[in-house]
Each structure stands twice: as structure tokens, then as C-alpha cells.
Design a protein around this ligand. Structure first.
Ligand SMILES: [Zn+2]
Length: 100
């Protein structure tokens, strides 16, 4: 089971499959420690828009009325960051489904 990490940190993709974790004390991090439901917390620019999502626990992928998707359409979130999010999300989902 994943740790219940509430520390606010941010992930930046600096190269393909290489992530810089912006948090005091950590230089690198296994992104697979993150649970899919927590992933949006690691994208700082998503934070202000998550509360606009219609559904609690919105994954920002398939849902309608998603604050993140709206923010992208309004140019408030960079599409490349969102694509990055989806990529990591799918990786994590895959990992979670094969965990047991
Ligand atoms: Zn959403």
C-alpha cells in the first residue's frame, strides 16, 4: 500500500522519463510511489482548478465538466503538462492493476 503522503511536492519532467521532484529533501523520487488518485496534487498548476471539477475524485481524463480540461481550453494550463499528467496516470494505473 502506498504511503499517505500529504506533503506538497511537484513533478517536472526534465527529460523523457526523468522527473525532477521539487520538494525539500528529495532530489529524486520513484513516481510509482504515487497513487493515481493523488497524482493531480503533484501538478501545482492543476491545484487551483481541481475544485472546479464537477466530480469529487475526478481523474481529469474521461470526465465531463472537468476544471482541468476547462483550464486547458482557456490556456491556463499548458497542454504539454496535461499530456504529461495523462502519461504518468496511465503508467501508474497500469502498475496498480498489476500490483497484486
Ligand atoms: Zn477534473
Amino acid at each position: 500500500m502506498g504511503k499517505n503522503t500529504t506533503t506538497k511536492i511537484s513533478l517536472y519532467e526534465i527529460e523523457k522519463n526523468t522527473y525532477l521532484v521539487d520538494t525539500p529533501g528529495f532530489q529524486t523520487m520513484d513516481i510509482y510511489e504515487i497513487e493515481t488518485k493523488d497524482l493531480d496534487k503533484y501538478f501545482i498548476e492543476f491545484k487551483n482548478h481541481v475544485e472546479e471539477c464537477e466530480f469529487v475524485g475526478c481523474t481529469h481524463i474521461k470526465e465531463e465538466n472537468c476544471g482541468i480540461k476547462n483550464a486547458i481550453q482557456n490556456g491556463k494550463i499548458d497542454i504539454s503538462r496535461y499530456e504529461n499528467y495523462i502519461k504518468i496516470y496511465n503508467d501508474l494505473k497500469d502498475k496498480e492493476e498489476h500490483k497484486w
